[in-house]
Design a protein around this ligand. Structure first.
Ligand code: FES
Length: 75
């Protein structure tokens, strides 16, 4: 369960994404009319994009995290 994983390494929030990297960072170029939904809970199976896993995390932990939604106006 999510709570068990969080307690395995106190203080860490990332338990599965690019664990060998010193820092996980993502850069994307967006174009006019683009819309992206980015994960902020670190539970997504499609990281850095949100796949809705935050809902399961919130139900299991009582947390209230959700995605960052970015949209670019059409030219
Ligand atoms: Fe992480 Fe949606 S899956 S914010």
């Amino acid at each position: 369960a999510i709570e068990t994983r969080l307690h395995e390494t106190p203080g860490k929030i990332n338990h599965k994404i690019d664990l060998d990297s010193p820092k996980v960072a993502t850069q994307e170029k967006l174009g006019a009319g683009d819309k992206k939904v980015y994960c902020r809970c670190w539970q997504s199976g499609t990281f850095p994009l949100c796949d809705g896993s935050h809902m399961k995390h919130n139900e299991a932990t009582g947390d209230n995290v959700g995605p960052l939604i970015v949209s670019v106006a059409k030219a």
